[in-house]
Structure formats: structure tokens, C-alpha cells
Design a protein around this ligand. Structure first.
Ligand SMILES: [Zn+2]
Length: 338
């Protein structure tokens, strides 16, 4: 099992980043971050870090950006990924390739890559997350994350409800193929999904308490992946649906938004309480329809039909169902996604 060693979640903790990473004063530190985030917090972060700091602008989560972080990190003692998804993913993979300690400092809570050993990088041969190493430490400043756009918060909730169908798919895979199934990792991931279902009205307020709950749950699911040694507890057919939409309708919808909609669809196929999932997503102001993420009805149907081919080695409800176009359309209509 590879797990994060240090986690600090709290109000106003970004200014403690320097003390948190415990690097010597002479250490070279690379901070991978987008320009938007730098505008907001660069001064505070710079004054907190005592070492010689190099900033690398991350624009996209692709291999080109990973290579530029690696190039800047040749003499570095650690890499910090500061920002939303992209900077954390890029920094994490660069650090993993160079075998350097990585610190994850999320400025929004839109997906579970904050703590997981996986990085979502575009342009690699696979359309799903690739294995890296988990962060050595995670520092989450609730004030900073609460100030992020509400849409990112809602997307994080979407990535959490996805754990309910992901774990069900994992159980189905275990039954069908005898693959390893870890009860503890499964329960840990499921608890995070359940948090949204049970508390969606309170979470929907998006206040600091809700942000803290969301961040804790996202970190727990990353830890569940670390315990399982695979993304199985976090990512099932709802994620394959989201990855299929990445290809069919590039640039439309956030990862967590697509996963949330995928969860409604797949939960219905699995016989789970899909209405409760949809209601919870509505309560946290996450989209529940094709129109909500500006994709067409046909694109949703196409994504459902092609999802299982994204990752044929992973057994899910879609491997069992063998989705036809008519079946996919009926499913999407009955669950009011289209
Ligand atoms: Zn996800």
C-alpha cells in the first residue's frame, strides 16, 4: 500500500506550507501551478516557502507540461502541485517519474486526484488515469477552496457519488472473474459517496463546513485507491462513460459532472437507488442531464455504447449488459438524462 504520510486540512493553513513540507532552506522546490491560481496565492506561498523556489506554469494536463515540470525539477528536492486538477496531476506524474517527494495543495475540490496515486493526463495512449505515486503530503486550505467557483465544488460531489457505482462494479467484477476485492477499501470509498447522499442539502450550501467534509471525503477515496492498489474502488463504468464523453465531446463538462451523470445512468442498470443519487446531485447544484453539460442526446447514447471499449480489461455492469443504441437511449430517457 502506498499512502500519503501527512495531511493538513484547515482554515488559513496555506501560509504554513513552508513548515508543512519540512525541506531544508537550501532545497530547490518546484511549484507547478496555473497562472490564475498564481495570481491569487503566489505571494503567500512564496513567502511561506524558504527554499529556492522555481514556478512552472501549467496550462494543460498533458505530457508536454509534465516534461516541462520534470525539466525544471532536475536539481529539485520536491515538487508541489498547487491548483485545481491540472497542476496536481501534472506535478504528481512528474514527481513520480523523477522519484521525488510530491506535495498536493488543492485550491479547489473538484475531483479525487487530490490524494490518489493516479494522474489524469491527456494525450497518453490511454483515455483513463495512469498510475503515479500518491502525494507524500496534502495541504488543503478550506478558505482558499471555499473561494473557488461553486461549479467545482458540485463537480467534486459528482466524483464522490460515483464511488457507489464504482464499488458495485468492483463487486460484479469479483463475482464474474474472481479478481481481488478488498472489503475495507470498498467500504471506505462507499462511505464518501454516501456522505453526499445523506447530507446533500447541507453540502449544497457550500459553506466552509461543507468544503471541509468534501475535501475529507475526496482524500479518503484517494486513500481507498492506495489501499486497494488500483483505482477500482473509485472508478467504474460511470468513469468509463465520462472518459467516453471526453473523446466524443471534448471540452464539455467537468470530470466530476460527467461522472455524476454517469452514476445516475449506471446506478439504474445496477439496480441501485438512482433517484436518490439524482436528487442528491440536484441538491448540490450538479448537472443531471445532457443539456446541463451541453452535450447532445446522441452523444450520451454514443458514450454509453462505447464506454466499455475504453477499458476492456475492467469488468463492469456495461461488460455484462452489452449496451445497444436502443438500450442506451431507453436508459437515458427513463432516467431523464436526455
Ligand atoms: Zn474521478
Amino acid at each position: 500500500m502506498e499512502l500519503p504520510q501527512k495531511i493538513l486540512i484547515g482554515e488559513n493553513v496555506l501560509r504554513r506550507l513552508g513548515r508543512f513540507i519540512e525541506m531544508p532552506k537550501s532545497a530547490r522546490i518546484v511549484v507547478a501551478s496555473g497562472l490564475n491560481v498564481q495570481q491569487k496565492v503566489r505571494e503567500m506561498v512564496a513567502s511561506s516557502l524558504e527554499g529556492r523556489v522555481s514556478w512552472v506554469d501549467v496550462q494543460l494536463s498533458d505530457m508536454k507540461n509534465v516534461r516541462s515540470v520534470m525539466k525544471a525539477s532536475e536539481e529539485a528536492r520536491c515538487i508541489i502541485g498547487l491548483g485545481g486538477g491540472k497542476s496536481v496531476d501534472v506535478g504528481k506524474l512528474a514527481a513520480s517519474k523523477l522519484n521525488l517527494p510530491f506535495f498536493s495543495v488543492p485550491t479547489s475540490a473538484s475531483h479525487d486526484g487530490i490524494a490518489s496515486p493516479f494522474a489524469s493526463i491527456r494525450g497518453s495512449e490511454k483515455h483513463y488515469s495512469i498510475k503515479a505515486k500518491p502525494p507524500l503530503g496534502i495541504l488543503a486550505d478550506v478558505d482558499v477552496i471555499a473561494a473557488a467557483p461553486p461549479r467545482l465544488f458540485a463537480a467534486g460531489c459528482g466524483d464522490l457519488v460515483a464511488k457507489l457505482t464504482a464499488v458495485r462494479d468492483w463487486q460484479l467484477g469479483h463475482e464474474a472473474t474472481g479478481e481481488y476485492y478488498g472489503e475495507y477499501a470498498a467500504n471506505l470509498a462507499m462511505m464518501s459517496g454516501q456522505l453526499i447522499i445523506n447530507n446533500s442539502k447541507r453540502m449544497g450550501r457550500g459553506d466552509k463546513d461543507a468544503v471541509r467534509g468534501l475535501v475529507e471525503a475526496l482524500i479518503s477515496t484517494g486513500v481507498a485507491a492506495g489501499i486497494a492498489g488500483s483505482s477500482r474502488p473509485c472508478s467504474g463504468s460511470e468513469h468509463l462513460f465520462s472518459h467516453a464523453l471526453d473523446v466524443i465531446a471534448p471540452g464539455k463538462g467537468l470530470h466530476g459532472e460527467k461522472c455524476g451523470i454517469g452514476t445516475i445512468l449506471v446506478a439504474k442498470l445496477q439496480g441501485l437507488d438512482w433517484r436518490a443519487i439524482r436528487a442528491a446531485l440536484e441538491n448540490v447544484n450538479a448537472p443531471t442531464t445532457a443539456a446541463g453539460i451541453e452535450v447532445s442526446d446522441d452523444q450520451v447514447v454514443e458514450a454509453l455504447v462505447s464506454a466499455s471499449a475504453i477499458r476492456p480489461d475492467r469488468y463492469t455492469i456495461l461488460s455484462k449488459t452489452r449496451m445497444t443504441r436502443d438500450g442506451a437511449r431507453q436508459l437515458a430517457e427513463e432516467s431523464s438524462v436526455i
